[in-house]
Design a protein around this ligand. Structure first.
Ligand code: PYC
Length: 314
């Protein structure tokens, strides 16, 4: 019987499942190399933890790795219902809370290695976590995308550890969920159909729609973020908020060090600031995670569905 130990948490409503024991050996390469090894040779781990019957489409998983650098706390490889992520902001906040729960780290700043590059994260006295992300930047501004029916949506393409298309929407409220979900999926499909990509042909697999916050006292903007597997982020999305800060900085709408409060579709808030960097900005995003469970995944060789179910979609 194969066993994987994991800890579940959520960050602003978005869950993270961190594998803490039982994972296969991925070698001693960089996190990008180990991510490729995990995908090519051990994709069963992602499938059994994230797909039904153990997981769900909105769950993000994370495999902890021994780091390459002596000063790093850990390597982290994030994955979801369809594949692997370069970086995941809500997930990293969940990892820090998980390691603190396990008493592996305390209050202070810790270095992590991700497939997208090194990041640092600070566990604060009040239980919140901030992380300074990989360099984030705007790739193209004011890009027109034609949707079914001929309607055009104008938005920006930006990188925040993942690739995003960011556009304004008239209303981004919980009651608009069906419309937002449909619109974001149409944009995602139209980007593919019209050959619109990030740098070097990178697939833009996250769509971020913005509107007014539920209250100007608590946030500056509210977002809806469509994730690569078709689900939407319950949190304000750490890499998405990084991409948003890159856009605000490029348009001179937010000064270095000034705070941006990004609300999610369910009302959770991340705060963000940035410092200028050579090709864009270095964003720092702050939020809070809570551990929700600790469990062991058992893979019984007699169970035909032990590696997860590809559920038929309507
Ligand atoms: O917080 O960066 C994030 C994220 C990416 C996908 C889901 N959450």
């Amino acid at each position: 019987m194969t066993r994987l130990k994991y800890i579940d948490s959520h960050t602003g409503g978005e869950p993270t499942r961190v594998v803490i024991a039982g994972a296969p050996d991925l070698g001693a390469g960089s996190m990008e190399e180990r991510k490729r090894c995990l995908a090519a040779e051990h994709d069963w781990l992602r499938r059994c933890l994230i797909l039904e019957p153990r997981g769900s489409d909105w769950l993000v998983g994370c495999l902890l790795q021994p780091p390459v650098g002596p000063r790093s706390e850990a390597g982290v490889i994030f994955f979801n219902n369809t594949g692997y992520l370069g970086m995941c902001g809500h997930g990293l906040i969940g990892v820090v809370e998980t390691l603190a729960y396990e008493k592996r780290i305390g209050v202070g700043t810790h270095q992590f290695e991700t497939p997208a590059g090194p990041v640092s994260a600070t566990l604060h006295e009040d239980g919140t976590v901030s992380f300074t992300n990989v360099e984030s930047f705007v790739y193209r501004k004011n890009v027109d995308v034609t949707l079914p029916g001929g309607r055009t949506v104008r938005g920006d393409i930006a990188y925040g550890g993942n690739w995003f298309f960011l556009a304004e929407e008239a209303k981004v409220q919980a009651g608009d969920l069906t419309r937002l979900w449909t619109r974001a999926k149409e944009i995602r499909q139209a980007l593919d159909d019209q050959g619109i990509t990030g740098a070097a042909g990178a697939v833009i697999d996250h769509i971020e729609l913005f509107g007014a916050p539920s209250s100007a006292e608590t946030a500056d903007s509210r977002n809806f973020v469509l994730c690569p597997g078709g689900e939407y982020d319950r949190s304000p999305c750490g890499t998405g908020t990084s991409a948003k800060l890159a856009c605000l900085a490029a348009k001179q709408l937010l000064a270095p060090g000034e705070t941006w409060r990004q609300e999610s579709i369910i009302g959770s808030v991340f705060t963000g600031t940035y410092q200028p960097a050579s090709n864009g900005i270095l964003p720092t995003i702050r939020g809070r995670a809570f551990v929700t469970g600790r469990s062991e995944c058992l893979l019984d060789p007699h169970d035909d569905f032990r590696f997860g179910i590809e559920t038929p979609q309507p």
